[in-house]
Every structure is written in structure tokens, then in C-alpha cells.
Design a protein around this ligand. Structure first.
Ligand SMILES: Cc1ncc(COP(=O)(O)O)c(C=O)c1O
Length: 383
């Protein structure tokens, strides 16, 4: 079946008004996601406290997220953010033994370094894998730092600064051979690429719902490989993390036998409505189909950038790239501002202008950005 991506654009009203290349910050809002939030409001107005339905909504999110990651629902904790998931996970590690090293990379989003550095108070040693001269982080740089003292390798899938995708299968193989676990921060990939946690063989994965998963801010997920759950007891906890939420027992901490033990308090019910609707769109299309579309669009944009002599700094190899393509600019904030005035929505980090693609983008979006960049040729900055 051939997917008619152009007809899907009608479900995202902002696309009729703007060239929206900003899903790596916040997705375009789908009509069904807005409707879902309205349904929550109707519930509040007309029913009051509809807890039976709300608890089911949280479970629906867990189950849909498991499908996206190709995992089991019991392996998913529904969290308030990616940071909340990483914090709960970190609280379950013991850094008092010889294996106390956490390896992160230079490509990390701040939260996935800061939280591990916060564990230094508990005995963790955090090391950063540096980039090579070409700006990428090859496997050999990980090989030098992952050793018998490494407890965890916590790495991003796609770098939020430059769009480069790390060699996750290679890193996982290396880490496991040396007895270390791997946590994947797939926030800049999941929903735009297929993230099959079983195939990738990662032990943990975190992300959130507001970017390529088409949901909203205020909700994230933590995947914990089934075989590891019972051996890990988070010291960050709460009543929604207990084996029996309704027990109301204040004499002990009795964590859930599932990944729910990494949760804490009352679920963000309004967000569940939005996230359920967003995940349904992703699953209806299928992440393999979406990934193919995103690869086509990013490649097209990179080819056009070459043509206009403003080449991207994101790796050109398909397996080293996700949904984000970056170009350098002399004064990137100014360039971003000019594009915004032209109704082209992008974002920037460091000196890099980021264009992030989802299935709802199209050739005309690439064209609009290329034409605009040609008009701002003076901003071109060589590598
Ligand atoms: C790769 C990556 N990790 C983590 C985060 C932070 O997620 P949260 O704010 O849900 O903790 C982001 C947010 O942009 C991100 O891009």
C-alpha cells in the first residue's frame, strides 16, 4: 500500500500556514490530538473526576508506546519527561563498587549528562567520549573508554546539535562484551525512525512524547529490559510505583514487578489523552514507512544544499543520520529570525540551523527552505 503523505498534511493545520521544519523541538499538532484534549475537558466539565477512564488512558499510552518500541507493556514506565525516566533509572544503580563508571558522549542532550554527573555524589565516575576531527564520534572512541569498570553507557541515538546518528548496534556490542549496560536516549529519533529496542539490544531506553511521537509536553517513557526489572529497585518512588497502587500501605516500599516501579505519582491524565492520539497516528502509518519518508526528505534537502554550495554538516550516510539536517551559519540566531519572518519554522543550536523532518513534510518544504537560504547566502559559513 502506498501512503498518500500529502493528503495527511490536512490533519495538521499549521502546515497550511507555515513551512514547519521543527518537529525536533515540538511536533505539528494533529486535529485528532487537539480533539483528544478537548475530550478530556468535556470529561472534566460533564463527568468530574473520571478516574476509571483516566487510569485506562495511562495504560493505553503504555501499551501503544510498547508497540512503537517493539517491546512489552510491562517493560514501559510512563514518566513525566525523559529526565524523570533517567533520574528514576539512575536511582536504581549502585555506584559503590568497582564498576562505577558511566560513559556518555559529547553528543548528549544536557539532561543525559547532568543527571549522571549528579550521581557523582553517590560514587559514580562520568567520562565523556569525544568527537573525532570530522565532528563524528566513531566506535573506536567508545572502545577506548568502555572498560571492565563501566556500569552503564548512556548515549543519545541522534545528536540534538548536529543531527548525527551514533552507531548504536556497535556501541551495544562493545558495552555488553565488557559487562556494561546501555541506556539509549532515543528522543531525537523515536517516531521518525524505527527504534526496535529488541533488535538494537539496548537495556534501557528513554524519550518523550512532544517531538516525533506527535503528543504533548509533560510525558515521557522509560523502557527497561524485562530480565533486568526485578533486580533494580529505584529509590525514587511513589504510590503509582507500588505493586498494588490501591493498598495505601505506609509501612513499606513494595515496588511493582513491572517497569511501573520506575514511575512515581498521579499520571498526567490530560497528557495521556493527547499522547494516545499521537501514538495512534504513528502506529497507523508504521515507523518503517515514516523512516523511509524521512530518509528521502533529508537526503533531498542535503542534495539541494550541496547544489547551492551551502553543504550540511550532518553526516550524509543514511545510517549516520536521523530526521535532522544542520547547516552552519555566521549569525544563526539572525538567520533563524529571518526565516521565521518568512513563515519557515526551524530551530538552532550552537552555530547550526536545524531543519527537522517528519512524514508530513514534503518536497515543497525543502524547496521553500532552499529558496530562502539562497536569499540569505551572506549567512553562509564554511565548516
Ligand atoms: C535527545 C534529548 N534528550 C532529552 C531531552 C530532554 O527531555 P525532557 O525535557 O523530557 O527531560 C531532549 C529534549 O529536547 C532531547 O532532545
Amino acid at each position: 500500500m502506498v501512503t498518500d503523505f500529502n493528503s495527511l498534511r490536512g490533519r495538521f493545520p499549521v502546515l497550511a500556514r507555515k513551512t514547519y521544519l521543527n518537529s525536533g523541538s515540538y511536533c505539528a499538532l494533529a486535529d485528532s490530538v487537539k480533539e483528544a484534549i478537548n475530550n478530556y475537558m468535556d470529561d472534566r466539565l460533564l463527568v468530574g473526576a473520571n478516574w476509571d477512564v483516566w487510569v485506562m488512558k495511562n495504560e493505553a499510552v503504555r501499551s501503544l508506546m510498547a508497540q512503537v518500541l517493539r517491546a512489552q507493556p510491562d517493560e514501559i514506565a510512563v514518566t513525566a519527561s525523559a529526565s524523570a525516566g533517567i533520574n528514576a533509572l539512575a536511582s536504581a544503580f549502585d555506584f559503590t563498587k568497582r564498576r562505577n563508571k558511566v560513559v556518555v558522549s559529547d553528543f548528549e542532550f544536557p539532561t543525559n549528562a547532568q543527571i549522571w554527573h549528579a550521581q557523582e555524589l553517590r560514587g559514580a565516575r562520568v567520562v565523556h567520549v569525544p568527537r573525532a576531527a570530522d565532528g563524528y564520534i566513531p566506535l573506536e572512541n567508545f572502545e577506548k573508554l568502555i572498560d571492565e569498570e563501566t556500569q552503564l553507557v548512556a548515549v543519545t541515538h541522534v545528536c540534538f546539535r548536529n543531527g548525527a546518528r551514533l552507531d548504536i548496534p556497535g556501541i551495544v556490542k562493545l558495552a555488553h562484551a565488557r559487562g556494561a549496560k546501555v541506556m539509549l536516549d532515543c528522543y531525537q529519533a523515536v517516531g521518525a525512525l524505527t527504534v526496535d529496542v529488541k533488535k538494537l539490544d539496548v537495556d534501557f531506553a528513554v524519550g518523550g512524547m512532544l517531538k516525533y511521537l506527535l503528543g504533548t509536553a509533560g510525558m515521557g517513557f522509560l523502557y527497561v529490559r524485562n530480565e533486568l526489572i526485578s533486580s533494580m529497585t529505584p529509590t525514587q518512588s511513589g504510590w503509582f510505583a507500588q505493586a498494588d497502587i490501591t493498598a495505601m500501605d505506609i509501612t513499606a516500599n513494595r515496588p511493582s514487578p513491572t517497569a511501573r516501579r520506575f514511575e512515581a505519582g498521579t499520571p498526567a491524565v490530560v497528557n495521556c489523552y493527547a499522547v494516545e492520539a499521537g501514538l495512534k497516528i504513528i502506529l497507523e502509518l508504521g515507523t518503517d514507512t515514516i523512516e523511509e519518508r524521512v530518509r528521502y526528505l533529508t537526503r533531498l534537502y542535503m542534495d539541494r544544499l550541496e547544489e547551492i554550495g551551502w553543504p550540511g554538516i550532518t553526516p550524509r550516510q543514511d545510517e549516520r543520520r536521523g530526521p535532522m539536517v544542520c547547516v552552519r551559519a555566521k549569525q544563526v540566531a539572525q538567520l533563524f529570525g529571518k526565516l521565521t519572518q518568512q513563515d519557515i519554522v526551524t530551530s538552532f543550536r550552537d552555530d547550526n540551523l536545524r531543519a527537522t523532518f517528519h512524514f508530513y513534510n514534503c518536497e515543497q518544504d525543502v524547496d521553500a527552505l532552499i529558496q530562502a537560504l539562497l536569499g540569505h547566502r551572506a549567512e553562509f559559513r564554511d565548516i
